[in-house]
Design a protein around this ligand. Structure first.
Ligand code: ACM
Length: 566
């Protein structure tokens, strides 16, 4: 009975989408979704894998009309003469070129049919768009190249899944006639990658970015420094990568009590500044802002191994070879601040985006409690506790970043001891930190470990799963997450700017495993952060997800295959 109710509910919600009309669009014979379903005479058809438009994330509104546009070498693209708009169609051109063997040319006359992109200031959200597919013409409206890019991503999803093929496929490239109106719910649609515990190559990162872009994610949170490895070249401090990028072995499996086994292999790697620029540019071409995280004052053993003078203890320190939280943290000395400012000066040059993440999580205060310097500093600055000393530290870095015109982000521990002006809070220990920060009128990104930690297990029976961090977050649980907590008052909800999925890599050693942990949960999250909350229905998402998985098959993505029944 519950199943039938859910099915009917899904069906009526699907019908109640705000359908757009096909004025100015003579080519298309428009049928609303309800007409299509009447023709099929079956509500279930909409929930089957024959769903007309299995797009993820689900657009705000869409209607299917009769017929198809066929993409072929007679197709051109017309668009505003603007470098950003050209960038917006680059990914589409590249995929069509590879899979179909022709590249739709830009702004050339004499083509038989066109994809026309128009700048339309009536579309308020810069990431929003309308897309009208007729039999002989496709028309896209957006006020900004960002919206045009997302329209092109939707168009790719309307093409057969082989459009994702890495080699030429002989088939016809049809796109169902339809009208779509779309915009994202949140401006921050993030995926994170910890390259500190395990290192991922430039090509791995690019693949991750490609997959993110398909599902309209727009923030890549690149966790670049950790106790177990410093991964970004800093010219002024070469030992960060000469020493800090390597560790002498890695713990095998999970630590059980005192029993620890190590592989004894030196492990490491880092990105040169040229490689960082290459990735930032690659992401930017996919309309993804790369947000670097440089951890402080904790999770910094690799930096202390290279420059022990910035710790509170005598050292020596060693890049960590096991997981966990360590007591050695940066000491808030003037020399440490100079060092971190120098590091961030290079980092801000490499990352043109608005945001820098300074970590701030899991800072063990013991070395500060034991340090005469720290205790004197607390007296001088009238700081009542080590929590306040942590705030003093973060505030100092926040002021520095403000001078550099950057917005500082920190994990929710930065609330403890007083929040710095303008800091953005990334809420990971549940929603609590996010709620508190939103009430204080600070922007918030929700990334609670209860729903957004994709390094956790995804199957209830994890006996056959690859080793993971722990916990259980099913794809359904991710799907049912609402980043805007009910506790917030209407005027506070706008401070929740989005949500993010995190991939901590203690047990994620290679790209295959990264894909396994990230997918398909990332697709569920993409809909959480893009689609209207009232339109999200698990039973209706599931068949679309199954359709999308065929695309991931074409791409050879090693997604978890057994999780849909959870
Ligand atoms: C975190 O998971 N320590 C942010």
């Amino acid at each position: 009975m519950a199943k039938i109710c859910a099915t009917l509910l899904a069906f009526f919600l699907f019908l109640s989408l705000d359908l757009v009309r096909a004025t100015d669009f003579p080519d298309a014979e428009i049928h609303t979704i309800s007409q299509v379903s009447t023709a099929r005479n079956s509500a279930i058809a909409l929930l089957s894998d024959k769903l007309p438009l299995p797009i993820i994330p689900q657009p705000v509104s869409m209607s299917r009309s009769e017929g198809f546009f066929t993409l072929d070498p007679t197709t051109g693209i017309e668009l505003p003469e603007d470098a950003e708009w050209r960038r917006a169609v680059k990914c589409f051109q590249r995929k069509v070129n590879t899979a179909a063997g022709f590249s739709p040319e830009l702004n050339v006359s004499g083509k038989k049919q066109y994809i026309v992109l128009k700048k339309d200031t009536k579309i308020v959200n810069p990431e929003g768009y309308t897309l009208e597919v007729g039999k002989k013409k496709i028309e896209i409206h957006a006020s900004d190249a960002k919206g045009a890019f997302y329209a092109m991503q939707t168009l790719l999803q309307l093409l057969p899944e082989n459009i994702e093929s890495r080699k030429k496929v002989d088939q016809s490239w049809t796109i169902p006639c339809c009208i779509i109106r779309d915009e994202p719910r949140y401006s921050w649609r993030g995926m994170h990658l910890d390259v500190g515990r395990h290192f991922f190559t430039v090509d791995d990162v690019k693949r991750y970015l490609d997959l993110m872009a398909m599902y309209k994610f727009n923030r890549f949170h690149w966790h670049l420094t950790e106790d177990q490895g410093w991964r970004i070249e800093i010219k002024k401090y070469p030992r960060l990568t000469e020493v800090g990028a390597y560790r002498n072995g890695t713990i095998i499996g999970k630590q059980k009590g005192l029993e620890e086994h190590y592989d004894g292999q030196r492990y490491g790697g880092y990105y040169t500044q040229d490689q960082v620029r290459e990735i930032v540019q690659y992401a930017s071409d996919l309309f993804i802002t790369t947000v670097p995280e440089i951890e402080m004052p904790g999770h910094c053993l690799s930096a202390l191994a290279a420059y022990p003078e910035f710790g509170c203890e005598n050292g020596p320190y060693e890049t960590a070879t096991k997981w966990g939280v360590f007591r050695s943290v940066f000491c808030p000395k003037p020399a440490t601040f100079r060092f971190l400012e120098d590091v961030l000066s290079e980092v801000t040059e490499l990352f043109p985006g608005a945001y820098i993440h300074i970590g701030g999580d899991e800072v063990i205060k013991e070395s500060w409690e034991e340090s005469d310097f720290c205790q004197q500093l607390m007296k001088k600055e009238k700081l009542q506790s080590e929590m306040e000393l942590q705030s003093f530290f973060i505030r100092h870095m926040g002021q520095f970043l403000k001078q550099k015109n950057k917005k500082m982000i920190g994990w929710d521990e930065i609330l403890e001891g007083g929040l710095s002006d303008d800091a953005i809070v990334m809420s990971w220990r549940g929603d609590r930190g996010g709620i508190e920060a939103a009430r204080m009128k600070h922007e918030v990104i929700m990334s609670p470990e209860s729903h957004c930690y994709f390094n956790y297990y995804q199957a209830a029976d994890n006996s056959k799963e690859p080793l993971a961090f722990g916990g259980l977050i099913t794809v359904r649980k991710v799907y049912n997450y609402d980043p805007t907590p009910e506790e917030l008052l209407p005027d506070q909800t706008s401070y929740v700017i989005g949500a993010q999925g995190n991939l901590w890599s203690e047990y994620i050693t290679h790209i295959d495993q990264l894909e396994y942990q990230a997918f398909p949960r990332a697709l569920a999250l993409s809909e959480v952060v893009w689609s209207p909350q009232e339109q999200r229905v698990w039973m209706e998402f599931k068949p679309r997800l199954k359709e999308q998985l065929r695309r991931l098959d074409v791409l050879g993505v090693n997604y978890a295959k057994h999780i849909l029944d959870n």
